[in-house]
Design a protein around this ligand. Structure first.
Ligand code: RI2
Length: 319
């Protein structure tokens, strides 16, 4: 299951920043429970290797290393043997998954309060957290409608319109490049996030920053729905978030690519929206202006400037 989950995350059969975090944690829990190791150091070493394998699958979504770091920090050499370590790890994994699901529900409750009766919304890509806010607003009886973008090249917009349709929310499906054309009709843009940096910049599906730019021009508000484990501790040291660039064949068929020797196809899958284009980030801990991102990294994730070790996980292995 471990290698299978890693492959599925890489191929985007499992996708969405929250979902990949939960899938990685579930895979680690399953791997741990079936792992045969005679000694605690042997168990910890194998677990570290498994964690590294999963963490390397997608470079941008910070939810993945944050989730892995969170559960791996339950592993310590001070356990009384492998079975005790496994039990501690299982408990931490289960509480991470439950906490992650509860975070989405809390974001929905908080985020939906920022959606007014009669609002026209626009969403981009397929974000569980952003959609939860929209669906919660509908459940609260608000008359809303949504513009949903196509999201080339992987068409995550198809998933979004299915969800909105099933929730009975009137939806207009548009190509990505039509976002500015319709922006004057939109009251609120709601998107998710793959990462939030210490200066409040939001890393999300490619095209988000263009939409935010169009929203700024039209004086349309932009709200981001993001669990706190999508905030990136390493950015407190000025490290950048790596932007994943995927296979050109997601954009054009191989035969066509082969026929265009002078054309280089670029396929970055995320972009960065600066903080001043974002009005609000809704987390399970509350709705904050993006400029408060450091507070989340310090007070919720527990990282202070100067303390980030750069280690992905296992900082407690000696403890
Ligand atoms: P939730 C997705 O990435 C999208 O960029 C989406 O906005 C973000 O993750 C957050 O999604 P991809 O996996 O965690 O489609 O809110 O590349 O579901």
């Amino acid at each position: 299951m471990l290698a299978d989950t890693a492959e599925k995350i890489k191929r985007m059969e499992i996708r969405g920043a929250g979902r990949i975090a939960r899938a990685a944690v579930n895979a680690l829990e399953e791997y741990s429970s079936t792992l045969s190791a005679r000694t605690l150091p042997e168990y910890l070493e194998k677990m570290n290797d498994a964690a590294s394998l999963l963490a390397a699958t997608r470079p941008t979504a910070v939810s993945l290393p944050n989730a892995i770091r969170s559960v791996m920090s339950a592993l310590r050499l001070s356990y009384n043997g492998v079975e005790e370590a496994k039990a501690g790890f299982r408990e931490r994994c289960q509480s991470f998954v439950t906490g992650s699901e509860q975070a989405v529900q809390r974001i929905a409750e908080i985020g939906s309060r920022h959606i007014r009766d009669g609002d026209v919304l626009l969403t981009h890509c397929n974000s569980e957290a952003a959609l939860a806010c929209i669906i919660e607003a509908k459940k609260a009886g608000k008359e809303i409608s949504v513009f949903a973008t196509e999201v080339r090249p992987r068409n995550q917009g198809h998933l979004t319109i299915k969800t909105l349709d099933r929730a009975g929310i009137p939806t207009s499906f548009i190509v990505d490049s039509a976002a500015r054309y319709f922006m004057n009709e939109v009251d609120l843009v709601i998107v998710g996030a793959d990462a939030v940096t210490v200066n409040g910049a939001v890393v999300n599906k490619i095209g988000t920053s263009q939409i935010a730019l169009a929203a700024s021009e039209a004086r349309t508000r932009v709200m981001v729905a993001a669990e706190t484990y999508k905030f990136a501790p390493k950015t407190i040291l000025g490290e950048y978030i790596e932007i994943e660039e995927r296979d050109p064949e997601e954009i054009l068929p191989p035969a066509m690519i082969a026929d265009l020797p002078n054309v280089r196809i670029r396929n970055p899958v995320f972009d960065v929206t600066p903080a001043h284009y974002v009005d609000l980030i809704v987390t399970e801990a509350g709705a904050i202006p993006p400029q408060m991102a450091y507070i989340i990294i310090r007070d919720i994730l527990g990282w202070e400037i100067g303390e980030y070790s750069g280690a992905l996980f296992s900082s407690n292995n000696e403890g």
